[in-house]
Design a protein around this ligand. Structure first.
Ligand code: ATP
Ligand code: MG
Length: 355
């Protein structure tokens, strides 16, 4: 079976980490007999420098024709002075997500046994942690009307929060499907004591729950959820929430694991999926082969699982990461005394070998 993957390395450490992710995917292909073809496209500052646009039309058509997209990272101080629509983030990432119509952002936060000491929380609170935040990506305050007007004594701003039943339903169903394949527990997060949109959210999630009797559902207010995430995060399996709450909670959940360089993400719609590490382009360490490629490699594992349905290959990549960490190999960001420090490329090679 042949799978076509669009690879968008982007800026900063993006090219360094995506090179290791494709290396590991290729190894998984060799082991399980799949043929992955990788085609590179320009995005972000790199694309702006070469073409004058952060998301060239060629890149968009490459993505649309592929089976999945692997993205490194975009942005950096060199492009911060540009007008917003040409900046790598606003001019490339948001339009790419929109073009692919991805509406569910998945962020697994997992604590690897070898790294339980790296969290800022006590090891007993996070050891074995394995949660999945599912964030709605196309609605809410991000995309509502925004207005600013002068009034006596200052200004008045209006932001609108829009959700439709269908927008809630499609992401909710996605989250239920995911919960069904995990520990069958879904927590829907909202602010139904204050927001009308949250009341609709709760109604739709409750309605969808009828189709998934095997999944245990509870509803939690977002303020309580923020507290529970640092108090007893292991009570959660899948967390489902709207765009802005999800933005905040997924960063919080990520931090529980203590290592930005370890966390992958997937953005899914009904077509091509987009996979990227949650970290940014890290210009401060770019070009030195010291970045941790594991977030990008695990994003590749998510691609195998969610876009291609190759669960066995996805698990093999995740087990290889676990094994290499258990053997004591560390990039500098997760280095501890007594462990073996390796470069970006060495980490990728070790993981590919274990696969
Ligand atoms: P963005 O605005 O794109 O999210 P940011 O400035 O918030 O970017 P990052 O670019 O992710 O955040 O970098 C934050 C810090 O984490 C930096 O000091 C960076 O060096 C470090 N960092 C990020 N990713 C990695 C990685 N893969 N390996 C090692 N260190 C990393
Ligand atoms: Mg950031």
């Amino acid at each position: 079976m042949r799978y076509k993957v669009a690879v968008l390395p982007g800026d900063g450490i993006g090219p360094e980490v995506t090179a290791q992710a494709t290396r590991v995917l290729a190894a998984a292909g060799r082991r399980f007999g799949y043929d992955f073809s990788f085609q590179e496209g320009l995005i972000g500052g790199a694309a702006y420098d070469a073409t004058g646009h952060p998301l060239p039309e060629d890149t968009l058509s490459l993505c649309r024709e592929s089976d999945a997209v692997l993205l490194g990272a975009v942005g950096g101080p060199r492009w911060d002075h540009l007008p917003v629509h040409l900046r790598p983030e606003a001019g490339a990432l948001l339009p790419l997500r929109k073009a692919l119509n991805v509406y569910a952002n998945l962020r697994p936060a997992r604590v690897f046994p070898a790294l339980a000491g790296a969290s800022t929380l006590k090891p007993e609170i996070v050891r074995g942690l394995d949660i999945l935040v599912v964030r709605e990506l196309t609605g809410g305050l991000y995309f509502g009307d925004k207005r600013r007007e002068d009034i006596p004594g200052g200004q008045r701003v209006v932001e609108t929060l829009v959700y439709t039943t269908e927008e809630i339903r499609r992401v909710a169903r996605r989250a239920f499907e995911l919960a069904r394949k995990r520990r069958k527990k879904l927590t829907s997060v909202d602010k139904a004591n204050v927001l009308e949109s949250s009341r609709l959210w709760r109604e739709v999630v409750t309605f969808c729950a009828g189709d998934y009797p095997d999944v245990m559902v509870n509803h939690m207010l977002v303020d309580n959820c923020a507290m529970q995430l640092v108090r007893n995060p292991k009570q959660f399996d899948v967390l489902l929430t709207e765009n802005l709450f999800g933005d905040i909670l997924s960063d919080q959940a990520a931090q529980l694991t203590g290592s930005l360089g370890m966390l992958p993400s997937a953005s899914l719609g009904d077509g091509v999926g987009l996979y990227e590490p949650i970290h940014g382009s890290a210009p401060d360490i770019a070009g030195r082969q010291i970045a941790n490629p594991i977030a990008a490699i695990l994003s590749g594992a998510l691609m195998l699982r969610y876009s291609f349905g190759l669960e066995e290959a996805a698990a093999a990549v995740e087990e290889a990461v676990t094994a290499v960490l258990d053997e004591g190999y560390r990039t500098p960001d997760i280095m501890e005394p007594g462990k073996t420090e390796v470069s970006t490329g060495e980490m990728g090679r070790l993981i590919a070998e274990r696969v």
